[in-house]
Design a binder for this molecule. Structure first.
Ligand SMILES: Cc1cc2nc3c(=O)[nH]c(=O)nc-3n(C[C@H](O)[C@H](O)[C@H](O)COP(=O)(O)OP(=O)(O)OC[C@H]3O[C@@H](n4cnc5c(N)ncnc54)[C@H](O)[C@@H]3O)c2cc1C
Length: 466
């Protein structure tokens, strides 16, 4: 696999480590190759980057992590505030979730639905949060449709598919709420209309249609963000993991293998790959959860007809540990869902089998289809299921934007923009809880995986049995 072409040569890549585990390993590695994803295989040669840090340097603002969040932060720092950031990445550019996801952009952020926002924060705040994600979708749309890069957008909306009859009442209530309380034009589709006009998902009992939804080529989008960030004056340094962090008199000294980067402001955009020792304010604030994804060979015309795959809309189902799936522009099917609990178990074939069983339940005609790509990645789930874009200590210019819970393709653009506003000292009017409160900790942090095992069993009963 090729690394991005640096302006200065970088060392040979280290092998991709499929067993990497953020709760066990000290960090995501150094100069590692990409995961073997469909996106990296088909994104073309990565654009130029700025090569690793090779000496001590000064920077106005450092962004740690070069996924969508880190690159969007660099883009908006330059575009809206005239600040040229220095982005440090441990491995290849956008090596984490941002080249491994399902490429589904939806009008949401975090794992909570509108009804759950109201329960948690009350109606007024929920309405403001809806306005925030609506603005975020506009920001995202403008960025990816600016003509500066092509990430093969599949436009038209999102179908939230009831995986069994019981789920329809929840969808109907959510649809009513969206229309009546948020003036958002969602629509219900019955099973017959869904199967006839969109796709024959054999287990579907109907769906809710949301007009905002775009499928993207995840790798081309990451590479587009990289090119745009550099064009605007940011520098992006792969193979430069931050392995040490000291602060003296307001100056941060970030140690990388090639040199120390000195700066007054640091933005943390390390998602589910956040190393436990990076900074005390993010320690144990995220629960990294593995999600896996496969891409099949292109469907034959017979297979396509049997599945009645008329739509390229992005699709998710109503399981708590949902499936996300769609038909790609080249007639392949992509589908993903939950995976192993630990990195050590990630290669266990049973996780792939579970995902394939999900594919066959939906599309029995695909039971013999070859799977050409299979991979996994660590999703950053926060303990309150929402992202936080926050400055944890007002006396220090340190910020983070983390915690999308598997829903960051769209919102990471706005989160990067919001973090840029805070860094530039223009974030005073951001008064939603996701901007004004820290990522909550967890009192039983060391036992979270035990809890996760129990929760997965409970979700299974909830989704399939009860
Ligand atoms: C399999 C999978 C499927 C998904 N599907 C969807 C989807 O369909 N829709 C959706 O909305 N979201 C999805 N997501 C989530 C989505 O991909 C992310 O929310 C989004 O990419 C934002 O990522 P990020 O930039 O915050 O973090 P990442 O892309 O994970 O980037 C973090 C980066 O930080 C780097 N890093 C960590 N520590 C250091 C350090 N010490 N020094 C330097 N660099 C460091 C890492 O190497 C990594 O590259 C999915 C995620 C996965 C794993």
């Amino acid at each position: 696999m090729m690394n991005a072409q640096p302006d200065t040569p970088s060392a040979t890549l280290n092998a991709y480590d499929p067993r990497y585990d953020p709760l066990v390993d000290a960090g995501p590695g150094h100069n590692r190759d990409y995961a073997p994803t469909y996106w990296i295989a088909t994104a073309g040669t990565p654009p130029k980057d700025d090569g690793p840090i090779t000496q001590d340097v000064d920077a106005d603002v450092v962004v740690i992590g070069s996924g969508y969040t880190g690159l969007a932060c660099a883009i908006f720092l330059a575009q809206e505030h005239g600040i040229k950031a220095t982005v440090l990445e441990a491995n290849c550019v956008s090596w984490g979730c941002s080249t491994r996801n399902g490429g589904q952009a939806q009008i949401s952020s975090g794992r909570l639905k509108r009804s759950q926002w109201i329960k948690r924060w009350g109606l007024e705040t929920a309405r403001k949060m809806h306005a925030e994600v609506s603005e975020a979708f506009d920001v995202f749309r403008a960025l990816i449709l600016s003509g500066k890069f092509d990430c093969e957008p599949q436009r038209g909306g999102h179908l939230y598919i009831a995986h069994r009859p019981k789920a329809m009442s929840m969808l109907e209530a959510e649809c009513r709420l969206l229309n009546e309380t948020f003036s958002y034009k969602a629509e219900m589709l019955d099973a017959e209309t869904l199967r006839r006009e969109y796709v024959y998902d054999a287990e579907a009992s109907g769906a809710m249609y949301e007009p905002d939804g775009i499928g993207v080529h995840a790798g081309k989008m990451a590479f587009g963000y990289l090119s745009l960030a550099r064009e605007l004056g940011a520098t992006v340094h792969p193979s430069s993991p931050v392995m040490g962090w000291e602060t003296h008199n307001g100056v941060h000294y970030l140690g990388t293998p090639g040199g120390t980067v000195r700066t007054r402001a640091v933005a943390i955009a390390t998602g589910g790959y956040t190393p436990p020792g990076l900074h005390p304010r993010v320690k144990s604030r995220i629960m990294p959860i593995l999600s896996n994804s496969i891409v099949t060979r292109p469907m034959s015309q017979e297979e396509k007809t049997a599945c009645n795959f008329k739509t390229n809309l992005v699709l998710t189902d109503t399981r708590t540990l949902r499936h996300y799936y769609r038909q790609l522009p080249d007639d392949r099917v992509q589908i993903g869902s939950r995976s192993a609990i630990t990195g050590a178990d990630a290669e266990n074939p049973k996780h792939l089998q579970l995902l394939l069983a999900g594919l066959y339940r939906k599309f029995p005609a695909l039971k013999d289809i070859d799977v050409e790509y299979s991979w996994w990645g660590w999703v950053d789930v926060s303990h309150d299921m929402m992202p936080h874009i926050f400055q944890p200590d007002p006396s220090q210019a340190v910020y983070y934007a983390i915690g999308y819970g598997g829903n960051g393709v769209m919102y990471s653009a706005q989160a990067g923009r919001r973090m840029a506003q805070k860094i530039a000292g223009k974030g005073q009017e951001l008064d939603l809880p996701i901007f004004t409160s820290p990522l909550p900790g967890h009192i039983l942090a060391p036992f979270r995986r035990l809890g996760q095992r129990l929760l997965y069993r409970w979700y299974y009963l909830l989704d399939e049995v009860m």
